[in-house]
Design a protein around this ligand. Structure first.
Ligand SMILES: [Fe+2]
Ligand SMILES: [Fe+2]
Length: 191
């Protein structure tokens, strides 16, 4: 798989989990779903760990480095996207803390958790959108075949970047699909 296809695939997978998370929050808010803390924990693990540990390092270390060298006019966009990566990683603990507080408070803690979760989801969604709309088209247009060869080689050295070094992220994705109710997953139907 080429590097750019891997990035698109990871964006699609992350986008699907972000949408599933919104669907679960809607269901709890509207009384159609009971809070499933195992599922909420898995959703948070995916939307924080996959970007922080798998996806953003590849962008920062390979794609962005090449783009900075080749496309000076991309500097402001790359600055913004790198800042998003840092901010996302900083938000990880806060989101996990919010889930812990919700779990110990029960239903009265939902509103605070929902605010924290939707804020993280919306920020992540906007970040992926900017990369899909602005960054990747610019990369396709301006990077040379030699640039892509270097990026592809770096990604290939990562073995199976889609699922992580031991396949744990693919397994996590599958676990989420089995827990999320239809139509976003195949878990037990909503009330
Ligand atoms: Fe990114
Ligand atoms: Fe990305």
């Amino acid at each position: 798989m080429k590097a750019i296809d891997i990035i698109h695939a990871e964006h699609r997978a992350l986008g699907a989990v972000l949408q599933a998370f919104r669907f679960v929050l809607d269901g709890i808010r509207d009384g159609r779903l009971d809070a499933d803390f195992e599922l909420l924990g898995a959703l948070i693990e995916y939307i924080t760990d996959v970007p922080d540990k798998l996806h953003h390092p590849k962008e920062d270390d390979y794609l962005f480095v090449r783009m900075r060298a080749r496309i000076p006019e991309a500097a402001a966009l790359l600055d913004q996207l790198e800042a998003d990566h840092v901010q996302g990683a900083q938000g990880t603990h806060a989101l996990r803390d919010a889930l812990r507080r919700y779990q110990s408070a029960g239903a009265t803690g939902f509103a605070e958790f929902e605010t924290a979760a939707r804020s993280y989801i919306d920020t992540s969604w906007a970040h992926v959108g900017t990369e899909e709309r602005e960054l990747l088209p610019l990369a396709r247009q301006k990077l040379t075949p030699e640039d892509w060869a270097g990026i592809d080689a770096a990604f290939a050295a990562n073995k199976d970047p889609w699922s992580g070094p031991t396949g744990q992220f693919q397994a996590l994705f599958s676990r989420i699909v089995t827990m999320v109710p239809a139509p976003y997953g195949v878990g037990p139907a909503a009330l």
